[in-house]
Write a protein that binds this ligand. Structure first.
Ligand code: LLP
Length: 410
């Protein structure tokens, strides 16, 4: 309530302690299960701004970026290029050149055309690009029960089943200006079970061995991607991150022992779980429209421009009236944004405390993929973000102004 009063609404609020707690728990798991042989990488697409990059990097995480803009942000936050992993299924030539110029430590190559373009650009720049290959391991964690298929319908990466991935490894060995150092996969997001991760690790280790033996290429690491689930509502039930880490590490250690090889460095690349539960969004309740036998629209001063996730994916959230948090939540509301669009909703038929105009509505677990997916739709202003730490708050992203909207208009 104090923050809403001090900074106004809508307002993104992030907890530094919570972000640091998750970073430390991942770093601790790497010590415990891999003896520090590998590390977590923060997938900055979940929430990319300078201060979050600084906090996460100060906890020893590398940063994954997926565009020139994210790369620029991480560099401006002081993250060395060496600690940056550059993903993306269609990086532009300018982005590849930017990565080379910034000495990015790991460019994750998605396809053969990119491999060749990067080799050419690196040659012209007199550099050797350190690369990983993005692999489609054939595991779909987003079906009701996850499945292993020969070939997933995905725009990302090199196909394993058809031999495309293996061929790309061979080809990169023969190129002058790239050095293959790793293999990468990412099997999905908001995953609640450990089995898909274990299978992915198994498949990737198999390819790692094949590349080492048959291509004769020494690799340094396997990156198993992100995807750990978080609590949006109390229905979300998943095992602690430590348990994923332990299960995958056990599998990898056992396989390496069986094959008589040394375990490669292992990376993981979580985004949502690093920042998701650290964030809440605060709104002021506006008008309330009760449509008998239909629903109760509770309007807020935000909407799909600052949180498009319900409009896009019908994502669940927990909502509450902050100034009545102790009262029973027995009012069924549809939380409506202020955009000129009927689908601009934050949640439908959700239980909150009895609302009145002027109340402060809080939506929980909005730290990931909210700010990062925000827009200026209807020329609404992207809200400010404040970071809370030990009872103090500070602005880490200023709220936009009308002048900001016109900055590039001619
Ligand atoms: N690595 C790669 C290559 C990825 O594509 C992603 C997410 C991650 C890591 C991080 O995954 P996480 O730990 O955050 O699940 N906008 C969607 C989520 C898209 C995720 C895309 N890739 C949402 O709001 O739910």
């Amino acid at each position: 309530m104090e923050l809403a009063q001090q900074y106004g609404t809508p307002l993104y609020v992030m907890s530094e302690d919570e972000i640091r707690r998750v970073c430390r728990s991942y770093a601790g798991s790497f010590q415990e299960f891999y003896g520090g042989h590998g590390r977590p990488i923060y997938a900055s697409k979940a929430f990319c701004c300078k201060e979050i990059c600084r906090i996460v990097a100060s906890e020893g995480l590398d940063i994954e970026v997926v565009s020139g803009g994210e790369l620029y942000t991480a560099l401006e936050a002081g993250v060395p290029g060496e600690n940056i992993h550059f993903q993306g299924n269609n990086k532009t030539l300018q982005e590849l050149q930017f990565a080379l110029d910034s000495n990015v430590g790991d460019i994750v190559v998605d396809n053969l055309s990119e491999l060749h373009a990067l080799d050419r650009l690196a040659g012209t720049s007199n550099k050797t690009a350190k690369i990983s290959l993005r692999i489609k391991p054939g595991i779909d964690a987003h079906t009701h029960e996850f499945i292993r298929t020969g070939q997933i319908d995905s725009k990302f990466g090199l196909d394993l089943a058809s031999g495309e991935a293996f061929a790309a490894a061979k080809e990169s060995r023969d190129l002058q200006n790239v050095k293959l150092i790793g293999l990468h996969c990412h099997i999905g997001s908001q995953i609640m079970e450990k089995e898909p991760f274990i299978h992915a690790a198994e498949v990737m280790l198999e390819l790692y061995c094949q590349v080492t033996e048959e291509v004769g290429q020494e690799l340094e690491h396997i990156n198993l991607g992100g995807g750990f689930g978080i609590h949006y509502t109390e229905k979300d039930d998943f095992i602690p991150y430590n348990a994923y880490m332990e299960a995958v590490s056990q599998k990898l250690h056992a396989l390496c022992k069986e094959k008589g090889i040394r375990l490669p460095k292992i990376f993981i690349e979580p985004g949502r779980s690093v920042v998701g539960e650290a964030g809440i969004t605060l709104y002021t309740v506006g008008n309330i429209k009760k449509i008998p036998q239909v629903r109760n629209y509770v309007s807020i001063d935000g909407g799909m421009f600052e949180n498009p996730r319900y409009a896009l994916y019908q994502s669940d959230y927990t909502c509450l009236i902050a100034n009545k948090a102790n009262q029973p939540a027995n009012y069924v509301a549809t939380i409506a944004g202020k955009c000129c669009e009927s689908g601009d909703l934050i949640q439908e038929h959700t239980n909150i405390q009895s609302p009145e105009e002027g109340d402060i509505l809080a939506v929980l677990s909005t730290g990931a993929y909210n700010y990062s997916m925000a827009s200026n739709y209807n020329r609404n202003l992207r809200p400010a973000c404040v970071m809370v730490h030990k009872g103090e708050s500070r602005v880490i992203i200023k709220g936009e102004t009308y002048q900001d909207l016109l900055r590039n208009d001619v």
